[in-house]
Design a protein around this ligand. Structure first.
Ligand code: TXA
Ligand code: MG
Length: 338
């Protein structure tokens, strides 16, 4: 099957109506979309992505009326949040209605829903009489795609069409939340920070039990093909790996590394965490393409978007090296979801 790459919303609509899987742009990452009411189309997504059936999918809607089709009335706090943040990168967990099959939710009574902020995809969603489900358009556990050519790398000839919406403006998945016992619960860190959610006036807490939370929280995820090592001191780590051909993913400028090749900076202006977030997956894709043996990635300040970026770097890495008072502290990550 030839994969068409274009901006033809009507064509994407026809493929989706015919039960096909189409890649779509959003402000976060590209998604692999199918009709949320068509179990056969949903099966195709799991197969193409090599995704385990127990990992549920996010439903995407183009307007607030579509929410009523799939979810029971929301707690007023969630209503307040989506009124402010949709269309945008917040996903809410809400009680599902009967039209949403258990294939979408992996058997849970809660469905994840969001309204993405991208002109082409909103236009598409508003022309459809069904919502779509869309996981990130990567093979399971690999780096999320933020450009049409990243999707092509994974699924060329496997899907009929990629709706090309350019580079994703945020470059990071949506934040997934629920509302429980007067608290906003973050199930997956994402483009909207904890600090921002605190402005809604409630306590904001993290749910960190992998089994009952979201599989996007599995410890091994978002990984490049080249082994990645995470550190607070890339200079010292590069001395340990002196015999390896190294690629670097850095946040700060390090004079001692400046003459190395295969070096990428998450942000040109220091402390621009939003720019770093937008660049993260893009640069990981670039590093994956370079002729290197390992990647050394530098941890970011652990606040605001930096905290989400660190979360993804940890899941993408084999091990983490922290240097304190000349002592090396090594943490091997588990390969829970390899
Ligand atoms: O920004 C995004 O959210 C992107 C774009 C394409 O919209 N989508 C995305 O989908 O990241 P995916 O499938 O790669 O990640 C969705 C995460 C998974 O960790 C999944 O386990 C969790 O959402 N999830 C989906 N439905 C859920 C549910 N009913 N309960 C708990 N977690 C759920
Ligand atoms: Mg994903």
């Amino acid at each position: 099957m030839q994969t068409l790459i274009n901006q033809d919303v009507a064509m994407a609509k026809d493929f989706l109506k015919a039960g096909e899987v189409v890649a779509i742009p959003t402000e976060t990452v590209y998604g692999l979309a199918a009709n949320a009411f068509d179990d056969n189309a949903i099966d195709k997504i799991f197969k193409i992505k090599n995704r385990p059936n127990h990992n549920p999918l996010i439903a995407h809607i183009g307007n607030f009326e579509q929410l009523e089709l799939i979810a029971n009335p929301l707690p007023s706090k969630l209503n307040e949040i989506i009124k402010e943040l949709w269309p945008g990168p917040i996903t809410i967990l809400c009680e599902k209605r009967a039209l949403i099959s258990s294939k979408v939710t992996a058997g849970s009574n809660f469905v994840a829903v969001r309204m993405p902020k991208h002109t082409l995809t909103l236009e598409l969603l508003n022309q459809l009489d069904f919502p779509i489900v869309a996981p990130s358009a990567n093979i399971s556990n690999r780096i999320s795609p933020t450009e049409a050519n990243h999707v092509c790398k994974y699924f060329d000839t496997k899907i009929p069409m990629i709706l090309d919406g350019g580079s994703c403006s945020m470059g990071m998945e949506s934040t997934i939340i629920s509302y429980e016992k007067n608290q906003i619960v973050i199930h997956r860190k994402g483009a909207i920070s904890k600090k921002f959610l605190e402005s809604f006036g409630n306590d904001v807490v993290f749910k960190n039990n992998e089994k009952i939370s979201t599989p996007g929280n599995f410890s091994k995820h978002y990984a490049p093909m080249v082994p990645m090592y995470l550190t607070d001191d890339p200079v010292t780590l590069s001395e340990i790996f002196v015999n390896k051909k190294v690629g670097f993913l850095l946040y700060n400028n390090h004079e001692k590394l400046s003459k190395k090749s295969n070096i990428y900076y998450l942000s040109d202006k220091k402390s621009d965490l939003k720019l770093a977030m937008k660049n993260l997956y893009l640069l990981m894709h670039k590093l994956e393409q370079d002729a290197i043996e390992i990647i050394i990635a530098e941890m970011l300040p652990d606040h605001d978007e930096g905290s989400t970026i660190n979360d993804r770097l940890k899941r993408a890495s084999k091990s983490q090296y922290i240097f304190k008072n000349n002592n090396l502290n090594l943490h091997e990550f588990t390969t829970f979801n390899r």
